[in-house]
Design a binder for this molecule. Structure first.
Ligand code: FJE
Ligand code: FE
Length: 332
């Protein structure tokens, strides 16, 4: 009930803002309304007063990656180099024999979220498994992982892979995996808006995933005419990627944004999205606390200085400082 009231209040404020902003005087009335809402919704995690607007919109086109795989690069492309702490995000599609054969990582985390099919993962420490539709693998590469990521069987396998940077003091931590099966991903529904909480909290439910770099990762499905209002910490960077359908982001009167677009959300303490279409809308909303540290990237190695990158290349070459197990390992 409270959520519904807040959604309506939100709706009205957001609708009024563009009108009010064209005048000088009514600023006080915005303030008054916000104060009223703050009192009303002090304990409501969905409430916010400064809606984030779209500051950038990029279409993620197909490109080749790995060994014959096709990705739509959302973050890490020339128009959107990175969005601290996010280094890269690929919307990938692979069919055998394509895939991502043996390759290393150091200094960050990879988060693989399956949309369709399965990916089989094997690493140099004997960790092996397959994640299927709706499952997530949160891999902290830390000081080093060498692995292969290949399609599990015939047909097309799709998902999202996000790279999250680690702070300089966390870059050399022990590698770690957190794997969540689809059925263990918390979800909630409100007025035609469903959320799967991969990391962080939404609609009063929390993910068990530990995010060393604080991250919010939500998968929303909105039925026609549904809307969602999500709190995002003020100092965090945030973006959305549309998987299916089209949605209105930021202000209610904006033009809808269609599938395969990435939108960067500007300053504010929350985001609003409306599905004004007659088809389902599915998108991920991802936000993270910026590290504000230098980033030196050499392919799958991400460190803070060139000297650390040089050291990493040496460690990888001589199988040391975390890459010991690489000496005689190959995936099979
Ligand atoms: C790669 C380094 C990499 N996008 N999407 C260099 F780590 C990779 C790589 C991936 C990847 C893997 C999956 Cl499962 C999904 C991805 C890049 O493994 F392709 C290159 N060239
Ligand atoms: Fe990888």
């Amino acid at each position: 009930m409270r959520a519904a009231v807040t959604a309506i209040a939100n709706h009205r404020i957001l609708f009024l803002l563009p009108v009010l902003q064209s005048f000088q005087k009514p600023i006080t009335s915005i303030r008054n309304r916000i104060i009223v809402r703050n009192i009303m919704s002090e304990t409501d995690p969905t409430s916010f007063t400064r809606p984030r607007l779209v500051t950038k919109k990029v279409l993620a086109k197909h490109q080749r990656e790995g060994d014959g795989a096709v990705v739509r690069r959302c973050i890490g492309r020339s128009e959107l180099k990175s969005l601290d702490p996010f280094l890269m995000m690929d919307d990938f599609s692979v069919s055998p024999p394509a895939g991502f054969p043996d390759h290393p990582h150091r200094g960050f985390e990879t988060v693989t979220y399956m949309i369709q099919g399965g990916i089989t993962h094997q690493d140099f420490a004997g960790h092996k498994g397959t994640i299927h539709t709706g499952d997530v693998q949160w891999m902290t590469a830390g000081r080093g992982i060498i692995h292969s990521e290949m399609p599990a069987g015939e047909g097309v396998h799709k998902g999202l892979q996000l790279w999250i940077n680690l702070s300089s003091q966390d870059k050399m931590i022990e590698p770690r995996y957190q794997e969540l099966l689809s059925e263990d991903i918390p979800s909630a529904e409100q007025d035609g808006a469903e959320v799967r909480v991969i990391a962080g909290e939404s609609m009063g439910v929390r993910s068990p995933v530990y995010t060393r770099t604080p991250t919010l990762y939500l998968d929303f499905s909105l039925r026609p005419r549904a809307e969602v209002h999500q709190h995002i910490p003020e100092s965090w960077n945030a973006f959305a990627y549309i998987i299916e359908g089209e949605g209105v982001f930021g202000y209610q009167n904006k033009t809808p944004i269609s599938a395969n677009h990435v939108v960067v959300l500007g300053p504010g303490d929350g985001a609003s999205v409306w599905n004004k279409s007659s088809k389902p809308l599915r998108f991920v909303l991802i936000a993270g606390q910026p590290l504000n540290e230098p980033v030196v990237q050499y392919g799958p190695f991400v460190m803070s200085t060139q000297a650390e990158i040089d050291q990493t290349i040496e460690d990888y070459h001589y199988s040391k400082n975390g890459f010991e197990l690489a000496k005689h390992w190959r995936s099979h």
